[in-house]
Ligand binder design. Structure first.
Ligand code: PXP
Length: 254
């Protein structure tokens, strides 16, 4: 079984920086530390309100790293122009609401008239396109029909179920149901040969059961790694997350 790639989302380094309106901690330095610690990619979300990552960060990080950059963004003309100028390796299209604390659900790609041309424009600029969707077969069918290069499954409901349960997570019905939804979605995406990533709310505690799903290509993890970094440092936090992936896959292969 393949070990999933680890994409580290560095948005919350910028959240901390912006809390004081100063230049530190620097997300560019953070991206380089993640790369050195074994991250397979760097993810960043340029939000419409620029609450964490700023336009200058996007350009600087593209220059600073040699691993793939994954730019998360909303389906807007402003973001399309920036992406086509920066040319990240990947763009992940996400829904965005100004008042939300974080991305609350997958993008509904079934009823989005803008998407076909949007995806084509990005792809013709040499950018691969991933669609952040809920683990739902109808969304996956549509992602394949749209010619996306990958999907990223929203694992937020699984993570929330994990946090909400006060018994052993793996015997908790809600956790088991959400895990099963993700497993089924990964199996469904395999039929189309769609690269399948996942992310949102993943932590050292809950990630192993997602990392062990055969067919998961990459996991994008932000908040938990940056939170762990407060206590152990960013290098160690990235290495620990990566080690969980390696241990879980070694256990299954053994
Ligand atoms: N993947 C996508 C598409 C996201 O929008 C986010 C949050 O920005 C993440 C992964 C990372 O989520 P978390 O910060 O909860 O690990």
């Amino acid at each position: 079984m393949n070990v999933p790639r680890l994409g580290v989302n560095i948005d919350h380094i910028a959240t901390l920086r912006n809390a004081r309106g100063v230049g530190y901690p620097c997300p560019i330095k953070g991206a380089k530390i993640c790369q050195q610690a074994g991250a397979d990619g760097i993810t960043l979300h340029l939000r419409e309100d620029r609450r964490h990552i700023k336009d200058t960060d996007v350009y600087a990080i593209k220059q600073a790293i040699s691993i793939p950059m994954n730019l998360e963004m909303a389906v807007t003309d402003e973001m399309l122009a920036i992406a086509c100028d920066v040319r990240p390796d990947w763009v992940c299209l996400v829904p965005e609401k100004r008042e939300e604390v974080t991305t609350e659900g997958g993008l509904d790609i079934i009823n989005n008239e803008k998407l076909p041309n949007f995806i084509k424009t990005l792809q013709s600029s040499g950018i691969k396109v991933s669609l952040f969707v809920d683990p739902d077969t109808a969304q996956i069918d549509k992602a394949a029909a749209l010619g996306a290069d990958a999907i990223e499954l929203h694992t937020g409901a699984y993570a929330e179920a994990w946090l909400a349960c006060d018994d052993e997570p793996l015997v908790n019905e809600q956790v088991k149901n959400e895990l099963m939804r993700i497993q089924k979605a990964v199996a469904h995406a395999k039929k189309f040969n769609l690269l399948t990533n996942a992310g949102h709310g993943l932590t050292l505690d809950n990630v192993a059961f997602i990392a062990q799903i055969d067919g998961i290509h990459e996991l994008n993890i932000g908040h938990a790694i940056i939170a762990d970094a407060v206590f152990v440092g960013l290098d160690e936090a990235v290495r620990c997350m990566r080690q969980v992936f390696l241990d879980k896959v070694a256990l299954l292969d053994g």
